[in-house]
Design a protein around this ligand. Structure first.
Ligand code: MN
Length: 292
């Protein structure tokens, strides 16, 4: 088991004015199954008058953005006209496909934010799918071996999440009221990532440092984890991608040319991405294509 386990440190970055820990992509690991981005946002508290999180209009292609809310509230708006507040225990899922633009803002009156924000690469056959937005206020939730399980996406044992997915995938949240140790069955064809969102978590005998991701290579049929009282663990998984994925700014593709075109379309104001109605503020600018 332990020869399949790799511990990876997150890097700290800034998203919309909030410091975040980015677990993937990092140098040591770019993807875990179709998951290609994992930010742990907060927990952050805002002083009275501080604006909180505020991410202006920006585009995406080739991916789904996936938000799992733990504390606070965030308002999502997009160029399809969606306007959705996400609250703790809920998932927001935006399927970008051929192109969409969106904004995210803290909701006034909520002085804190704590969330996990992830991207899921769409399979090559669905890269250019029609954009859509889905909100999941109720997810399968159950208690076992002293921990609360919430299935965020995919299937786990005999349960299935309602969340739209295009390839085999897993997203699972575990929460412990009291200290517990449990054996989690895993799909051996999947690779997995485990990140503590709160408290102390031990994976296969290794205690995770703050913002450290445990990566498990395919072939593991179970993993033993321990959670401290109040600990919270995010488990993600999927089948390793067959082809190298290009991730550049907010674009994901198996084809660099598609990213180049998307960047030019965004910069030229092409109607492909649409307008985000209701947001007050400037749209974000793509970085120089020289880095691609
Ligand atoms: Mn975004």
């Amino acid at each position: 088991m332990t020869d399949k386990l790799q511990l990876i440190d997150s890097r700290t970055t800034d998203v919309g004015g909030i410091p975040v820990a980015r677990a993937i992509p990092v140098k040591e690991r770019r993807t875990i199954g179709p998951w290609c981005f994992l930010d742990h946002i907060g927990p952050a508290r805002f002083a009275p008058g501080e604006p909180g999180l505020n991410v202006g209009p920006h585009p995406h292609i080739g991916l789904q953005t996936f938000t799992w809310m733990l504390e606070g509230e965030i308002l999502h708006r997009d160029s399809l006209g969606s306007e959705q507040v996400i609250r703790p225990g809920q998932v927001n899922l935006m399927t970008a496909g051929q192109g969409i633009a969106h904004t995210e803002e803290s909701v006034a009156g909520h002085p804190s934010v704590h969330a996990a924000q992830l991207w899921i690469a769409l399979p090559e056959t669905h890269q250019a799918t029609r954009p859509r937005f889905d909100h999941y206020p109720d997810l399968p939730r159950w208690q076992k071996h002293g921990a609360w399980f919430t299935l965020l996406i995919g299937t786990y044992q005999d349960r299935q999440a309602p969340t739209l997915s295009f390839a085999p995938i897993l997203g699972l949240d575990l929460q412990a009221d009291a200290p517990c140790t449990l054996t989690l069955p895993l799909a051996p064809e999947f690779e997995h990532g485990l990140l503590a969102l709160a408290g102390e978590v031990t994976v296969a005998g290794q205690t995770l440092a703050a913002e450290q991701l445990a990566y498990l290579a395919p072939g593991a049929s179970e993993v033993i984890i321990s959670l401290s009282a109040g600990a919270r663990l995010l488990l993600i998984g999927g089948e390793p991608l067959a082809k190298p994925l290009q991730i550049w700014w907010n674009f994901v593709s198996f084809d660099k040319e598609a990213i180049r075109i998307a960047a030019q379309d965004w910069q030229s104001g092409d109607p492909r991405f649409g307008e985000v109605a209701g947001y007050v503020g400037a749209r974000l600018t793509a970085p120089s294509l020289a880095g691609l």
